[in-house]
Ligand binder design. Structure first.
Ligand code: ADP
Ligand code: MG
Length: 411
């Protein structure tokens, strides 16, 4: 019997469309002999749909078509199975059972732990990082603090809350100005270069912060890496085992800037400073397969090994799982390597980085599903022993005051 894989994509995120493309690419490459693919599309207004038509890119031109011809469902646990059940209709029939969920989603509300939390709550096995790994992979402040503690090389940074800036901007600015200008301001969780600005002095810093706090309550400011060379690498595995892909160099291309400009609203004054590629948009950050790149990147052996080692460590420390892309900034003059960020579920699942190592997309997907199954087995074994003991001990001691009424129910 084939394993039933529910590929979940879309969602309420600015990277909705990128996710649709990534998921359709993947659904077409999953080994159909081993797996039955069940598309699960989340619309921007959070409705879930399933149906074979959702494997076809053309249907996304017209949402009404999807609403009319595919099934509006919920995914939940019922009688020992994970089911997609129709929300409407007299009998609210079950459309499909799912063995494992495969989120191919990007950005806030889906890649950042929110969807993973739901999947973990209903208990379904799923591919990719669990809720903790996903959160740490989306929030740049959490990500950086974890990596800094582990001694991974990063540009100097600080982060702060909008409320503290509003209350006492002087002391926040003072804290930031321990860094060297130019600095780069980033909302902690948005991604896609939204709200990102390069600032060369205090005036533009204040402007950058005012802009960034429109998007997030947590803001990261870091020193800009000059003579910039950006390289990306994918890591596959979980906290037990990791392997690395080929390394790509993302080349500066005006189309990134245009995309960023679109999101940032004209890029007002944010691209100055003579940096080679000051800000790149989703196309770079999410690794669109068509982006301009040098693959493999032109690196000496020592730098290559450094990137591989840091990427592996960073993936493991964050508790990621599946197939993530980790992005680096290199100062070409000093040859210093800085880790920039992780993309827990990268665009196109970074398949081209594996392809360059002769691991084809079908194999990547197969590996990812197998890692998801392993993660599930680990999770289930841990959870069971833990919860049972606590509840037994609690009930045997008569519970706590005020909860006596619960006693019988806990046995
Ligand atoms: N410290 C830095 N120095 C120079 N350029 C940077 C720095 N941080 C980010 N950038 C540029 O901005 C882009 C977007 O920043 P990133 O941290 O990757 O955010 P996002 O999550 O929006 O992709 C990067 O791809 C890089 O081109
Ligand atoms: Mg990025």
């Amino acid at each position: 019997m084939r394993i039933k894989v529910g590929v979940i994509f879309g969602g309420e995120t600015v990277e909705h469309e990128v996710s649709v493309i990534s998921a359709i690419q993947a659904m077409n490459k999953i080994d159909e002999e081993k797996y039955e693919v069940i598309p699960i599309y989340i619309t921007k207004d959070r409705e879930w749909y399933t149906g074979d038509m959702l494997k076809d890119i053309d249907v996304y031109q017209d949402l009404n078509l999807i609403k009319k011809y595919s099934d509006n469902v919920i995914l939940y646990y019922k009688d020992g199975s994970y089911v997609l059940q129709k929300k409407k209709g007299l009998f609210k029939s079950i459309v499909k059972e799912i063995d494992i969920a495969f989120p191919i989603v990007h950005g806030t509300n889906v890649e950042d732990g929110v969807l993973q939390g739901y999947l973990q709550t209903i208990g379904i096995p799923f591919v990719g990082p669990n809720v903790y790994g996903a959160v740490a992979g989306q929030d740049k402040a959490i990500m950086k603090d974890i990596w800094a503690e582990a001694g991974l090389p990063m540009t100097k940074y600080v982060w702060f809350y909008d409320v503290d800036y509003r209350k006492d901007s002087d002391s926040v600015i003072k804290k930031i100005e321990k860094l060297k200008y130019p600095v780069i301001v980033k909302p902690a969780t948005t991604g896609s270069s939204v709200g990102i600005a390069v600032c060369e002095d205090q005036a533009s810093l204040k402007e950058g912060i005012d802009d960034a706090i429109q998007y997030d309550s947590k803001i990261v400011v870091e020193e800009v890496v000059e003579n910039l060379k950006e390289v990306n690498i994918a890591v596959m595995g979980n906290y037990e085992n990791q392997k690395v892909s080929e390394i790509e160099e993302v080349l500066s291309a005006s189309k990134f800037l245009t995309y960023a400009d679109k999101y940032i609203g004209g890029g007002k004054g944010k691209l100055k400073g003579g940096f080679k590629t000051p800000i790149k948009g989703t196309a770079s950050s999410k690794g669109m397969a068509s982006a301009n790149r040098k693959l493999p990147a032109d690196l000496d052996d020592k730098t290559r090994e450094e990137v591989e080692r840091i990427a592996t460590e960073a993936f493991k420390i964050l508790g990621s799982s599946g197939n993530s892309r980790i992005d680096f900034l290199i100062d070409e003059k000093t040859n210093k390597v800085y880790i920039n960020e992780i993309n827990s579920i990268p665009g196109s699942l970074a398949f081209y980085l594996w392809d360059a190592k002769d691991i084809n997309f079908t194999q990547v997907l197969d590996d990812m599903i197998n890692i998801g199954i392993k993660d599930y087995k680990k999770r289930v074994s841990k959870t069971h022993s833990f919860e049972t003991n606590i509840l037994k001990g609690f009930a045997a001691n008569g519970g706590v005051k005020g909860m006596k009424g619960m006693k019988g129910k806990l046995r």
